[in-house]
Design a protein around this ligand. Sequence first.
Ligand SMILES: Nc1ncnc2c1ncn2[C@@H]1O[C@H](COP(=O)(O)OP(=O)(O)OP(=O)(O)O)[C@@H](O)[C@H]1O
Length: 239
Amino acid sequence: MLKINNLSKTYKGGKKAVDNLSLNIERGDIYGFIGHNGAGKTTTIKCVTGILDFDEGDIFIDGISIRENPIECKKLLAYIPDNPDLYESMTGIQYLNFISDIFRISKADRERNIEKFSNSFELTKNLGDLISSYSHGMKQKLAIISALIHEPKLLILDEPFVGLDPKAAHILKEYMKEMCQKGSAIFFSTHVLEVAEKLCNKIAIIKDGKLIASGETQKVKGDSSLERVFLEVTDNEQY
Ligand SMILES: Nc1ncnc2c1ncn2[C@@H]1O[C@H](COP(=O)(O)OP(=O)(O)OP(=O)(O)O)[C@@H](O)[C@H]1O
């Protein structure tokens, strides 16, 4: 569903944020992406979602190149950034209808999905309010709802659990599992290793822009905890 081949990205100031990174995320995968601050997670995610151009490599979403056909790729994916930048002068429901229009969701489907996800995340009573009046967590919930309503084949999230209350975090995890059971794929960055360990069937660890471990969670962590393996491999000078 998502293939990253030998991706490299250097910022204008000369910082090589991603260095020859390759990953393959298949249907049904919940793929966790972990690494220290500044390791290159957000840069990778922004390249995958077509927000940032990159110097070398290829990215394919369901076989379609993000470089050559970004619009077709964007039809298949939803991206929830760590700090969602929403249209503050819209109400919540206006925003969800706007997203539904972009993704050409039918009236029946949008009504059903908006009701379902807004109820789950307890945002229904706030949908008539301006987004500018929302708290950080409410904005995050709205961004999540707007991603889920168009039933993306690929869901990409940057630090999704930061700022969510425990109930919302639990509900999001349940929906992530449900999506993958139905054949979608999820790729997300996190610093919460316990969540990654429990939720993800596959894990990638990035250090200084380079992939230093990846694959099935069970194989990456072996008999140890993910935290221990993460600390070992990221502290090891060999990498
Ligand atoms: N716009 C930019 N211009 C120049 N350098 C950048 C830019 N954005 C990020 N970087 C640098 O690229 C490297 C990777 O940053 P990135 O944001 O991808 O890391 P991250 O793994 O997402 O970190 P965090 O966990 O702190 O969010 C860092 O050294 C960062 O300083």
